[in-house]
Design a protein around this ligand. Structure first.
Ligand code: AKB
Length: 313
């Protein structure tokens, strides 16, 4: 029987991943944790307040609860990270490095840690970015993610730790709220379209970025974690792809449901971050190794987002 700990369960990925893991493994076997109070959608399942950088508390919980799988989702994202780079580095790296050691020491069976397209930078080929290519990240978030990937690979090679990882593109969801990312516009736009019929975007209209609907991202995570270890040919992080669109294209997609929707553009510091990232991703390795295939295209995602946000009110 698996016993699972999710660290950072109240964030954009954490909420939905917690619900999916509870469905798959049983509510009582999945402990959600966060430094924040429990998210309302997490309901009645086990929850504890945990600081991702508190090694003593993590070690104690993992030992006491006999945790077999850990998902570390707590992180400072790209835009917030640039406001205070040292804090972002400290939180992102400390939480991972301490946990890698604890997982080895406590014989945790599997560790999941997300990476991001932010590992790539301005010198990376921008279109169909390969799994292995020039990697010179331009944000502290990207630097911490790339360093983290290398540490994950090191712990796998040196200690045999079964650590798995995905390079998420921008994630779009209606349940959990995004926080501090450069791709967050693609969530805000749906909220503002419904509430105000207009949106001011902090990126330019033709800024293409890789994106993915959360339902696909959660399925990818569960599929990677269930894949037989011998199928995984990298212990860095897998490129993962679904969509690539610009603010103008998402606005056009929204207009199919809200004809009068208006978008204007007021690019800020996040434009430079976005311009350093890939526009589309080559994820053939993930498709080959563990059968990854996305389901949502832009219009299917828009229809689903607007329907759920309308129902939510
Ligand atoms: C961000 O924009 O920082 C994140 C990411 C792409 O990892 N959504």
């Amino acid at each position: 029987m698996e016993k699972i700990l999710i660290i950072g369960a109240c964030g954009q990925i954490g909420v939905e991943l917690s619900l999916a893991l509870r469905q798959a493994f049983g509510t009582s076997n999945v402990i959600a944790s966060d430094i924040r109070p429990p998210h309302p959608l997490l309901g009645e399942g086990p929850f504890m307040n945990l600081n991702a950088t508190d090694a003593t508390a993590l070690n104690e919980v993992i030992g006491r609860e006999q945790i077999s799988q850990v998902y570390l989702l707590a992180a400072v994202l790209s835009a917030t990270g640039e406001q205070n780079p040292m804090r972002a580095w400290d939180i992102n790296m400390k939480s991972l490095l301490q946990l890698l050691e604890i997982c080895v020491h406590q014989k945790v069976k599997k560790l999941y840690w997300p990476s991001s397209i932010a590992v790539f930078g301005p010198t990376t080929p921008h279109s169909d970015t390969p799994q292995q290519t020039i990697v010179e990240p331009g944000t502290v978030y990207g630097i911490s993610k790339y360093a983290g990937e290398l540490w994950c690979q090191y712990f796998h090679q040196r200690y045999g730790l079964d650590v798995r990882s995905l390079r998420y593109p921008g994630l779009i969801s209606w349940k959990g709220d995004p926080g501090g990312g450069t791709t967050d516009y693609a969530v805000e736009i749906y909220h503002d379209a419904l509430k105000q019929g207009r949106y001011t975007c902090f990126l330019k209209e033709n800024t293409y970025l890789p994106m993915m609907y959360m339902e696909d991202a959660i399925r990818a995570t569960l599929e990677l974690m269930e894949a037989p270890a011998e199928k995984l040919s990298t212990r860095m992080s897998y490129n993962l792809s679904a969509l690539s669109f610009s603010p103008k294209e998402i606005a056009d997609s929204i207009r199919k449901h809200i004809p009068g929707f208006e978008i204007s553009y007021a690019p800020d510091f996040r434009q430079q971050i976005a311009e350093g990232w890939p526009q589309s991703i080559d994820d053939r390795l993930a498709r080959h190794d563990w059968g990854w295939k996305p389901r949502f295209d832009l219009d299917a995602m828009t229809a689903d987002m607007l329907q759920h946000l309308r129902e939510k009110g």
